[in-house]
Design a protein around this ligand. Structure first.
Ligand SMILES: [Zn+2]
Length: 414
C-alpha cells in the first residue's frame, strides 16, 4: 500500500538573487495539511513560503537530475531541488509547474509597445534621413546609376494610367537630336561623375525631374509649356544642378529607406503601393528651398557659360505662375510662395551682363523637339501656347508638378 506521507522534509539549494552564494535550505512540503504551499527554511531561521500555484519550473534545466524552481511573486529567487520523492510529490501538487509565467505587469507591456513604436518613428523620421545623407555621399556612381535606372522603370509603370504598359518613351530621331544638341551646348560633363542621360516621357504633366545617377526625365507637358528652347535648356540645367548636388540620390535613399522600414512593419502592403509611393516621392520631389536655390545657381552658371540667358529659367517660372497661379489650390499655394519670386529675380540678376552666342536650337529643331512624342501630339509652328496646354475651361488644363508645382498628385485628375 502506498500511502502519501503527511510531510516531506529535505534539503535543497537556494539562491536569493541578492547574494552570489547558494544557501543550504530546508524544504518542507505538507500534502496532507498544507498542500497549497512550499515551505523554505533559511539558514538564519527565517522562512520563505511559496504558494504551490505560483511555482514554476525554469524552462532551461541544465541540471537534469534535479529541478530548478522559481515563484511568480519572487522573480529572482531560485530553488534547486534534488530529492526525488519531493520532486515527485511537487509534480503532483504544482499544477502550474510548466506554465509560462503570466504577464506580470500589463502597464509594463504597454510601455514596451509605446517604446517600440517610438523607436520605429525615430528610425523613419530621424535616422533614415540622416543615413540617406551619409549614404548619398559614399554611394559609388554605379550604385547611384542602378538606383536611378530602377526608379525610372518604376515611375514609368506607376505613371501609366491604363495599367497595361509602361508610359511611352518619346524618341523621334529628330526630337532626340534636338535634345542632345541642348545638352551638348550646356556641356556639364566636368561637374559629373557620370554621363547625363535624358528621357522624355509621353505625359501631359508639366514636369521635369532628376533621378540618381545622372538620368533626367522630361514630360511632354513641360516641353509643350515652354515658349522657346532656351526655357527647356534652363530647366535642363536646373535638373543637372540637382544631379551635381546629388539631391535625387539623397531623396531616393530617404524614400526607399522609409519604405523599407514601413515594409518591415506592415508587410508588403498592396505591393504596387510601395512602388507608387517611391515614384510619387521622386516625381513630385520637393527639395528644400536651399536645394532649389542651389540648383538654380548652378543652372545660371551653366546657361551663362553656354552663352544662353539665365533669365530663361525665370521666364519659365513666371509663365507657370501666370498660367496656373489662381487655377488650383495646391499650385496657387506654390505660386504664391515668396521663394518663387526670389528665384525669378535671381535668374534675372544672373542674366545681367551675359553675352548671347545665339539661340540653342533653330526653329526647325525646336519644332522637332516639340514633336518628339510622334504623331499623337503634333505641334505646328514654333510659337507660344498650343491648344494642347490648355484643354478646357474648367481648370483641367495641363497640370504642373515637381520642381514647378509642389503637392501635385502623381496622376492628373482628368
Ligand atoms: Zn528643382
Amino acid at each position: 500500500m502506498n500511502t502519501i506521507p503527511e510531510q516531506y522534509d529535505t534539503f535543497a539549494d537556494f539562491a536569493d538573487g541578492k547574494s552570489a552564494r547558494l544557501a543550504r535550505v530546508g524544504v518542507r512540503l505538507e500534502p496532507a495539511v498544507a498542500p497549497d504551499r512550499l515551505h523554505i527554511g533559511l539558514p538564519d531561521g527565517q522562512a520563505v513560503v511559496w504558494p504551490i500555484e505560483d511555482i514554476r519550473q525554469l524552462p532551461d534545466q541544465a541540471d537534469r537530475a534535479g529541478l530548478v524552481l522559481s515563484a511568480d511573486d519572487d522573480q529572482v529567487s531560485r530553488l534547486f531541488l534534488h530529492d526525488e520523492a519531493v520532486i515527485k510529490a511537487l509534480r503532483g501538487l504544482a499544477q502550474n509547474l510548466h506554465q509560462r509565467k503570466p504577464v506580470q505587469n500589463k502597464f509594463r507591456l504597454f510601455k514596451w509597445a509605446i517604446a517600440a513604436v517610438a523607436s520605429v518613428a525615430l528610425i523613419v523620421m530621424v535616422l533614415v534621413p540622416v543615413m540617406a545623407d551619409q549614404l548619398a555621399r559614399i554611394l559609388p556612381p554605379e550604385g547611384e546609376k542602378a538606383l536611378g535606372d530602377t526608379t525610372y522603370e518604376n515611375i514609368r509603370t506607376a505613371l501609366n494610367e491604363t495599367g497595361i504598359a509602361p508610359l511611352k518613351v518619346c524618341e523621334t530621331p529628330a526630337g532626340l537630336a534636338a535634345m542632345r544638341k541642348i545638352l551638348t551646348r550646356l556641356n556639364p560633363d566636368d561637374d559629373l561623375p557620370y554621363k547625363i542621360q535624358v528621357d522624355i516621357l509621353d505625359h501631359e504633366m508639366v514636369n521635369a525631374f532628376a533621378l540618381p545617377g545622372g538620368r533626367i526625365v522630361f514630360f511632354r507637358g513641360l516641353i509643350e509649356a515652354a515658349e522657346n528652347p532656351e526655357e527647356v535648356a534652363a530647366v535642363f540645367a536646373h535638373e543637372i544642378g540637382h544631379v551635381v548636388n546629388r539631391d535625387p540620390t539623397r531623396d531616393a535613399l530617404r524614400a526607399a529607406g522609409s519604405i523599407g522600414v514601413l515594409g518591415l512593419l506592415f508587410g508588403d502592403f498592396a505591393g504596387g503601393t510601395l512602388i507608387l509611393f517611391l515614384a510619387n516621392s521622386l516625381v513630385n520631389a520637393t527639395y528644400s528651398q536651399k536645394a532649389e536655390a542651389g540648383a538654380d545657381v548652378y543652372a545660371h552658371g551653366l546657361m551663362s557659360n553656354a552663352g544662353l540667358s539665365p533669365a530663361a529659367l525665370g521666364t519659365m517660372f513666371e509663365r507657370l505662375r501666370a498660367k496656373h497661379g489662381d487655377a488650383e489650390g495646391l499650385v496657387a499655394h506654390f505660386a504664391a510662395h515668396p521663394a518663387l519670386s526670389d528665384r525669378i529675380e535671381a535668374s534675372i540678376s544672373a542674366a545681367e551682363g551675359f553675352e548671347s552666342t545665339g539661340p540653342v536650337l533653330t526653329p526647325e529643331e525646336w519644332r522637332d523637339l516639340r514633336n518628339i512624342c510622334g504623331t499623337s501630339h503634333i505641334i505646328e509652328g514654333t510659337g507660344a501656347p498650343t491648344p494642347n496646354t490648355v484643354r478646357d475651361g474648367n481648370g483641367n488644363g495641363t497640370k504642373t508638378g515637381g520642381q514647378f508645382g509642389s503637392g501635385n498628385k502623381l496622376l492628373p485628375a482628368d
